[in-house]
Design a protein. Sequence first.
Length: 749
Amino acid sequence: MPALPDLHADQADVKGVPRTPRQAGVTTRKTLCATCDIACSVVSEVVDGRVVRVRSSDNPIFRDNICIKGIAAPKGFAHPNRIRRPLKRVGERGSGQWQEVGWDEAMADIAARLKAIVAQHGPEAWAVSTSQWNTGTDHGLGRRLMNHVGSPNWISGVALCAGNTAAINRLTYGWYPMADFSSTNCIVLFGHNPKRDSWVPVHNQIQRAKARGAKLIVLDPRRSENAEQADIWLPLKAGTDTVMLFGWLRVILDEGLYDHDFVAKWTIGFEDLKARVQEWPIERVAAVTGCEAEMIRAAARIYAQGPSIIPWTPITDMQRNSTSAIRLQSILRAICGNLDVPGGEVLHGFNPMIVSESEIEMHHVLDEAQKAKQLGSDTHPAFTYRGQAPLLDACERVWGHRYANQVTGCFMANPSATFRAMAGEGAYPVKAFFALGNNTLMSFANMPLIHRALLNQDLIVVHEQFMTPTAQLADYVMPADSWLERPWMMDGYGWVSIYRPSQKAMEPPEECRSTFDFWRTLAAAMDMPQVVPWKTIEDFYDWRLDKVGMGFEEFAETYDIYAPKPAFRKYEKTGFATPSGKVELKSSILEGLGFDPLPYFRFDPDMTDDYPLKMFTGVREGEYFQTGGRHIPELRERCPEPVLFVSPKLAASLGVAEDEWVQVSNPTGKIHMKVGVRDSMPDDLVRIPHGWWKPEMPQGGETLSGALKYSDAMLCPDDEDYLDREQGIPHLKGIPCRIDKLDPAETAA
Ligand SMILES: Nc1nc2c(c(=O)[nH]1)N[C@H]1C(S)=C(S)[C@@H](COP(=O)(O)OP(=O)(O)OC[C@H]3O[C@@H](n4cnc5c(=O)[nH]c(N)nc54)[C@H](O)[C@@H]3O)O[C@H]1N2
Ligand SMILES: Nc1nc2c(c(=O)[nH]1)N[C@H]1C(S)=C(S)[C@@H](COP(=O)(O)OP(=O)(O)OC[C@H]3O[C@@H](n4cnc5c(=O)[nH]c(N)nc54)[C@H](O)[C@@H]3O)O[C@H]1N2
Ligand code: SF4
Ligand SMILES: [Mo]
């Protein structure tokens, strides 16, 4: 294969300042890339009203924060596949027959049909799924309209990525803290693997911290990029992070390495925790995790020296012991004195100068009877209204508002319960489903269930840039703008008090519109124009910025970053935003919900003869963000097919070789993948890539452009054995499967 061009080469001339535009007549706009959720500050170069290049920011703080997905984004958005006009389904659902309609006409029909469904089944029959990060300009307006209409059934990919971490962190100390990379002495990565083309700002922060001497500890079954540069790499068994955390706690408690004053003054439940940790002698931890006892001790001791950080990781968001793992991380932070200190993890609270998305959502208008109907709140309440309700008073006391919807994950319905209700298998029917910037079909567990759920809807509306497998099943596909084509005010997902503005760099094509416009026009068509009263998104931002005393345009010209001066140990004045005002090592909230108030570990179900292998889904591909991007030729030629990874030994025992096609199956479903033999993989684990479909394959029909043939979600179970108890999120890090070689004749891709 000929060598592929280095997409980063295009950035080479911008390493020094000042920077030279590559073309005459260039104007520049300060933009935030929203192709992935980390939102790098970049510069858009515009010629004749079109963005011709995206490059890394001129601000030294953000230098080199760019990846090939951001670089390729203008090409991706200009691609002929882009949806440019509202489409109304005219044939059978999923038949690929569409009629172009005007935006207003579409919204009028959508509103009429939604009203009819609400009238017949109640407002809770309307569910919405979004991913805040992609839509960018939702800003809580979707929830605001839902709260006024009366539906609690909002779900999101954040249920298994960061939103749930935020909700669970709040149970322990009331706010989800942010890692301070700038002055930490030790970074601990639980699987999380930032690299050159994934999570680039964090990758760069890790490199800078290492250069100043900070230690890096990596826990990963695979020899990942970060494992290779770690001071300590603990190659734990997949899904055993909770046990490893118990091991660290054991060392820290036995050796007295915790912050005694903090524990005495600011925590409750220490003695109970100690008793629970006794269940985990280091030898037992070593046996279960497969790591050496001495290495576990060494890692725990370095962490305890501090100040240390355990930056957010999605890996413990997606395990059947997720709640316990996240709670144990929170507990470690607290008892080792890493909470709200420089170089540790900082509790930001709201920015007092800007109206937050949590406020915009107006959760107080949804009445208690409707909140109680939130799907999944009876069985898996941790991040639902019911689970988070005990925090409301405390949140108001400490942070000034009752509803802190951090990372939009704190008042969600449970996705699996929602899909069951949509499929007609729940407590009540859900008959209208809206997906905004979320490829719902492929982005949760049990895809066959989601497929059934979608086919059982009376109304599906999708706001999208491309004809995703989810969009292919819609009644209406509404064309979305992109991050180059709209202004944005980024609030760090309500996690931090830092705001960053993004300037609109070009006009959206044809009828493409922002999520703000989607909700504004829907509210008006639902006869609720007062719910979204702002005419333009700039008016809306001006309103939010009222206290700053600047309009959005001036704000965006003036600031790259807008944040209050950092303050530490704020709890000394206010207490923590928990029911007790302390760090709850033993959680009163979990106890009140009928769960074990202390962390615990459930072993994975045993493998069977039929499904003897263990797989996880993950290892992000540098080329794509999640299920997107496969239509961009520059990226696709680098990563043309879905590839599973196995070790050379496992490949040999299965009788499969590099580039051969295989079927991966389990009781949930089956898919086809290509084999990649990697010596970085352990011998007892299979890696399945997330989010594969092929936009060039036929829409609808047998495979929905390959989604039913290649998507990892076909293999992810959501029965109780594979759900975290408290949150009900799926276990993506230890799923049984088998691998069978395919007859080459069957596999013409
Ligand atoms: N089975 C399984 N499920 C998973 C995961 C997994 O590994 N396996 N990973 C989880 C994780 S970590 C995450 S973050 C979630 C992500 O789940 P999603 O949020 O669904 O992420 P994407 O697959 O990127 O889908 C986003 C869609 O938004 C569209 N889009 C992009 N920009 C815009 C925009 O500006 N406006 C609108 N309206 N649409 C836009 C894209 O074209 C794309 O189709 O999935 C989670 N779900
Ligand atoms: N290029 C690119 N970048 C992305 C994304 C993308 O799609 N493409 N997605 C973004 C999003 S939404 C997210 S959430 C992040 C995710 O990115 P990361 O947090 O880096 O997650 P992954 O790359 O899925 O997996 C990281 C590591 O987890 C290890 N691992 C697997 N199972 C376990 C386990 O049970 N325990 C432990 N400790 N480790 C395990 C894997 O071996 C792998 O090396 O990436 C973001 N960045
Ligand atoms: S890491 Fe890449 S895709 Fe993500 S925001 Fe930065 S440039 Fe965009
Ligand atoms: Mo994610």
